[in-house]
Design a protein. Sequence first.
Length: 358
Amino acid sequence: MKNTFNDVLRHFDLGFDVAEYGNGHINDTYLVQTPGKFIVQRINRNVFPHPEYVMDNIMGVTEFLRKKIIEAGGNPDRETLTFVKTVDGLPYYIDKNGEYYRVYKFVDNAVSYTIVENSGQLYSAAKAFGKFQNMLADYPAETLHETIVNFHNTKDRYRQFKEAVAKDAAGRAKDVADEIKFVLDREADGAVVVDAIAEGRIPLRVTHNDTKLNNVLLDPVTGEGVCVIDLDTVMPGSLLYDYGDALRFGGSSGAEDEPDLSKIWFDIDKFEAFTRGFIEELPSITDEELKLLPFSIKLMTLECGLRFLADYLNGDVYFKTHYPEHNLVRCRTQFKLVSEIEAKMDELNAIVAKIANR
Ligand code: ADP
Ligand code: GN1
Ligand code: MG
């Protein structure tokens, strides 16, 4: 492994002071100090069968964003991701095993939070994700590859879930009958947003699709958003995916993998703060989208929970896990949140109507 990595670093002309970094569930991420700081990532080929599509999308999107940031008088090296080329002038390196490596400049003096500490962070994150979507509003969507097919197609996620239950590859289904029932009882929810898009009731936009709080860097001093990162899933999608997924994670009282469910509830203050920031930045939000905002939090939380559970059933082959029950613990926090959101749905709808004032 060390030899492989030295080979990679040589191709980017970087020094060898390297350590694992961050809490992402997908790629292998390292911080290299040379003395400048860089992020080196190996793209997860199991999750992204076409890493070249991922890179093509990100190169296009970051170049587009750089121009917009410069036009607005901002600092593109801080406000979006910046690639470092290989010594051969290429945007990424493929090693002899076919693994893809990329290097970004490290965005310094900016923090990626794994646990939300206060509502102000949610407001800042909402503004950052809202601005990100705004800047990409006129991006040529037809040039984007679908890096993970049907990523937020919840109907298809249900199909995959049922397949995992039927296959029961890890022999775990018998122990999680309650969790499986929780998912199956809500199958009708899976169709709501997919059908609304298919029937043209809500628009397709260029969206981030993975808006958990540690995918936006915040300024530790001002608390403001600095840079939206983890652009692997930027694809045409719904604004509801970005809003719902951000609150799935950020609206929770605790960690995504908190084992003590009595510590997990859906926090109305955080919800209000995020909703306010998001709507402020996205006045183009349609009435139909507005109406679905609270539902989208439930949907994205349910979808994420069923993905964790499916991975548990499949034997932990997708998300990184740190102990054998990790995916099960994660799915249980998601389902606790789903129940909480269901119970508070009328209140959430009333708050959105008040904030939007439409
Ligand atoms: P994953 O897809 O595995 O979630 P990410 O691209 O989100 O991978 O990176 C994992 C973590 O590494 C992020 O949550 C963040 O903390 C950190 N990170 C990634 N890129 C940068 C960067 N350019 N500058 C600073 N931190 C970064
Ligand atoms: C993954 O890559 P990361 O850790 O930011 C996942 C998201 C899930 C999230 C759950 C490409 O996000 O879809 O919502 O874990 N990303 C991918 O924490 O599957
Ligand atoms: Mg990430």
